[in-house]
Design a protein around this ligand. Structure first.
Ligand code: NAD
Ligand code: UDP
Length: 316
């Protein structure tokens, strides 16, 4: 049966891939976005689909629409953008989530919250399992994002306990792929764009900090499996690729794959930048039968291809 699905943040990097996949599966999709970090360019190809609708709206204000499922992805996700207006970032996570939960409560819809590995902060446990409660600086420059997302998780569980709402929470680890915003300063897009343009590759700190990178298609499989899982699977469930790399390894790999003449330069490490991050994904494997399939080299090749096309069209 065709479902009516709301995707908040649907004009962003992950949201646009999610809308695309849900439409392919035959659903009706309502994409709601205030276009702060997202763009109509990401969803332009979906406008001709009669099952797709776009609404420009800020989720920190109430929304009244009729849907069966809600994927709540709206929130700026990169430090550059979420720190522009930190109070707005918290509002989006906290008041925005509450507005979506109120909508879900009135309709009885199933709800999924896109949480983040940032709820673990600068972790003391490695890799991070879901029952690790994290090490977040509540007053640091990343707190508007981290604490906002932590509070959103609390709200989702309280709506479940108080109103028996059907909720799902996923914690997304660093994800990359086509349609990343080249201006949002994330490491994969920064390094690829710098390498393609022959500019210096900016490694922050000494490059020994680690991240584990998941290709977007794998992540979308995981998100949809979670929404479609049994109602008693609430999460939080980690979704990410456990293959871990230092940032310097990533820089060298991208230089080599793009055959770039760029040099690597070192810049100061931003405050509260986590030293390491790697998801433990045993839970997702067991309850969702999900694990990432796309290796970093294969995913980077596709992502480099995407940015190369943008460069040729003079869009970078
Ligand atoms: P993105 O910035 O590309 O997408 C976020 C979207 O939300 C944008 O289209 C933006 O315009 C929209 N938005 C922001 N504030 C809004 C508001 N108040 N009302 C309506 N729309 C609003 O980022 P992304 O990487 O696609 O991330 C999507 C979600 O996944 C975010 O919630 C993010 O926290 C989470 N996440 C992403 C990653 C990752 O590696 N990409 C990792 C962890 C968590
Ligand atoms: N980073 C870097 N150079 C850049 C952009 C990021 O060395 O041009 C580092 C950043 O300091 C962090 C890692 O890469 O240690 C991942 O950064 P990103 O913003 O992509 O994700 P997050 O820190 O939120 O995991």
């Amino acid at each position: 049966m065709r479902k009516k699905i709301l995707v908040t943040g649907g004009a962003g990097f992950l949201g646009s891939h999610l809308c695309e996949r849900l439409l392919k599966e035959g659903n009706k999709v309502l994409c709601v976005d205030n276009l702060f970090t997202g763009s109509k360019d990401n969803i332009m190809h979906l406008f001709t689909n009669k099952n797709f609708e776009f609404m420009e709206h800020d989720i920190s204000y109430p929304l009244y629409v009729d849907v069966d499922e809600i994927y709540n992805l709206a929130c700026p996700a990169s430090p550059i953008y979420y720190q522009i207006d930190p109070i707005k970032t918290i509002k989006t996570s906290v008041i925005g989530s509450m507005n979506m939960l109120e909508l879900g409560k009135s309709l009885g819809s199933k709800m999924l919250q896109a949480s983040t590995s940032e709820v673990y902060g600068d972790p003391e446990i490695h890799p991070q399992p879901e029952d690790y409660r994290g090490c977040v600086n509540p007053i640091g420059p990343r707190a508007c994002y981290d604490e906002g997302k932590r509070c959103a998780e609390t709200l989702f569980f309280d709506y479940y306990r108080q109103y028996n709402l059907k909720i799902k929470i996923i914690r997304i680890f660093n994800t990359y792929g086509p349609r990343m915003n080249p201006k949002d300063g994330r490491v994969v897009s920064n390094f690829i764009v710098q390498a393609l343009k022959g500019e210096d590759i900016t490694v922050y700190g000494d490059g020994s900090q680690t991240r584990s990178f998941c290709y977007v298609d794998d992540l979308i499989d995981g998100i949809i499996s979670m929404m479609n899982s049994d109602d008693n699977i609430l999460g939080p469930v980690n979704l990410g690729n456990p293959e871990e790399y230092t940032i310097l390894e990533l820089a060298n790999k991208i230089v080599q794959m793009t055959k770039s003449k760029s040099s690597i330069i070192y810049k100061p490490l931003p405050k509260d930048d986590p030293l390491m991050r790697q998801p433990q994904i045993e839970l997702a494997k067991r309850i969702l039968n999900w694990e990432p399939k796309i290796k970093l080299d294969e995913g980077l090749k596709k992502t480099i291809g995407y940015f190369n096309d943008l460069l040729k069209e003079s869009q970078l």
